[in-house]
Design a protein around this ligand. Structure first.
Ligand code: FES
Length: 61
């Protein structure tokens, strides 16, 4: 599914950026080689970042 329409970023690309260490949406855009445009995708990306943080915290328990 495309998450960022402006930059045609799908969940897989954003997930890969998060797995490679992106800590915030700006870092996700940078690691994908794009810039934030309209910002409509930011809430979804922030949600994916939070989900990853929770999963890592659970794995560390
Ligand atoms: S949808 Fe991602 S910047 Fe517009």
């Amino acid at each position: 599914m495309i998450v960022c329409v402006c930059n045609r970023l799908n969940e897989q690309r954003i997930g890969a950026a998060i797995m490679s260490g992106a800590q915030c949406s700006d870092e996700v855009y940078t690691r994908c080689g794009v810039r934030k445009n309209c910002g409509r995708c930011q809430e979804t990306i922030d949600g994916m970042l939070e989900e990853n943080r929770r999963a890592l915290a659970l794995a560390a328990e």
